[in-house]
Design a protein around this ligand. Structure first.
Ligand SMILES: Nc1ncnc2c1ncn2[C@@H]1O[C@H](COP(=O)(O)OP(=O)(O)OP(=O)(O)O)[C@@H](O)[C@H]1O
Ligand SMILES: [Mg+2]
Length: 278
């Protein structure tokens, strides 16, 4: 478990994180939402000890990030994927990049080979292992970054807008991979995003606003508070926006979050209206 307790951070006398208390479980996908500058990246950087708490504490599987001697252990447990697919590779060929971390851990060759094979398979990019990273699409580059982290056998992965520079198809591919890693390997995923349609695929949604936690619950719970969403400078997911427009027009329809549910509700509404006319 990742435990964050009373975490505070200021830059130039401006509080960027205000007494944040939160925990993250393995095997759970948590979407972290919030407008630009709300403190999402600052929070993420505290989890893998890039930043240290000015007040409060952060513990990863009980390891305190403020303890210098634990930093490498913590970074093995919490992998981080960043926004830009161009700037994360440590080698020029996919399988060499995946081998980079286990080589640095000083593991023996057999173990490195085993880890690389498993990581490439789990990231779904075995077929790309001999390819130069420069020849890959943005989505494939992000999956290469994922494989590089998997080779460290992490308990948690943080994606700080890891899909924001990708086309919709690649975004979906990376997201599908992450959901699989959560379900099959029990990895705890912290998914920072500006895409509300990604947040509805999460188990849990957190909204951070001006450095404080404003909401924490299931996507259904969090998005049903439409005022809170607007106050936080966020939008509803596209399907829920469509439902809201219909509700404002006087139609009797619930707030559906996914495209499938939305289509079902509109279909049922249309049937009811047809029957009423008869
Ligand atoms: N190194 C720094 N020095 C000074 N201020 C900083 C620094 N890093 C972040 N900030 C400020 O802290 C606040 C939170 O920044 P942060 O990057 O955590 O926001 P964010 O929620 O990730 O935003 P975005 O959605 O734009 O990525 C912002 O006001 C930002 O300007
Ligand atoms: Mg950010």
């Amino acid at each position: 478990m990742i435990e964050i307790n009373g975490l505070c951070r200021s830059y130039n006398n401006t509080e960027v994180l205000k007494n944040v208390t939160l925990s993250f479980e393995p095997g759970t996908l948590t979407a972290v939402l919030g407008r630009n500058g709300s403190g999402k990246s600052t929070l993420a950087r505290h989890i893998n000890a890039i930043l240290l708490p000015q007040r409060g504490y952060v513990r990863v599987d009980r390891l305190d990030t403020s303890d210098d001697s634990l930093v490498y252990d913590i970074r093995e447990r919490v992998g981080m994927v960043f926004q830009n697919p161009e700037s994360q590779a440590a080698a020029s060929i996919v399988e060499d990049d995946t081998a980079f971390a286990p080589e640095n851990l000083g593991l023996d060759t057999d173990e490195i080979i085993k880890r690389v094979d498993t990581a490439l398979r789990d990231a779904g990019i075995e077929h790309l292992r001999k390819k130069p990273i420069s020849a890959l699409s943005g989505g494939q580059k992000q999956l290469t970054a994922v494989a590089g982290i998997l080779a460290m056998r992490p308990g948690y992965m943080i994606f700080d807008e890891g899909t924001s520079m990708l086309d919709p198809e690649s975004r979906k591919r990376v997201m599908d991979c992450v959901i699989r890693l959560k379900n099959e390997l029990g990895i705890g995923i912290i998914w920072i995003t500006h895409y509300m349609e990604e947040a509805i695929a999460a188990d849990r949604v957190i909204i951070i606003d001006r450095g404080a936690i404003k909401a924490d619950g299931t996507p259904e719970d969090v998005f049903s508070d439409t005022e809170l969403i607007a106050d936080s400078g966020l939008e509803l997911p596209p399907s829920a926006r469509l439902c809201m427009r219909l509700i404002k027009e006087g139609f009797d329809i619930p707030l559906a979050l996914t495209a499938e549910d939305c289509a079902k509700e509109i279909h049922q509404l249309a049937q009811r209206l047809t029957e009423e006319k008869r």
